[in-house]
Design a protein. Structure first.
Length: 94
């Protein structure tokens, strides 16, 4: 699935009030236990795969899939055997 360019993702995120956009790459089989962030998130998986757990729901995300998290929303992350890369827009202090 085509996800467009990082530049287009960044422009759209800024237009929607996100103040930071970064590309994140995670190592193979890395796991992050339950945690929060002091910012809201909108992200699109670009490569690899991940599992995102929020509450009782776990989503398997692959290239082209997106997810959103509210400021301070508790979640856990697990990355596949090839790791994962995603583009993430962050909204601080809102």
């Amino acid at each position: 699935m085509s996800v467009g360019s990082f530049e287009a993702f960044t422009a759209a995120a800024h237009a929607e009030g996100f103040d930071e956009v970064v590309a994140r790459t995670w190592e193979a089989n890395q796991e992050l236990p339950l945690h929060t962030h002091p910012f809201a998130v909108r992200a699109t998986v670009i490569d690899g795969e991940m599992w995102l757990t929020v509450g009782e729901e776990t989503r398997h995300l692959q290239p082209g899939d997106s997810f959103e998290l509210d400021n301070e929303q508790a979640h856990a992350e697990r990355y596949g055997p090839k790791g994962a890369t995603y583009w993430v827009a962050r909204r601080h202090g809102h």
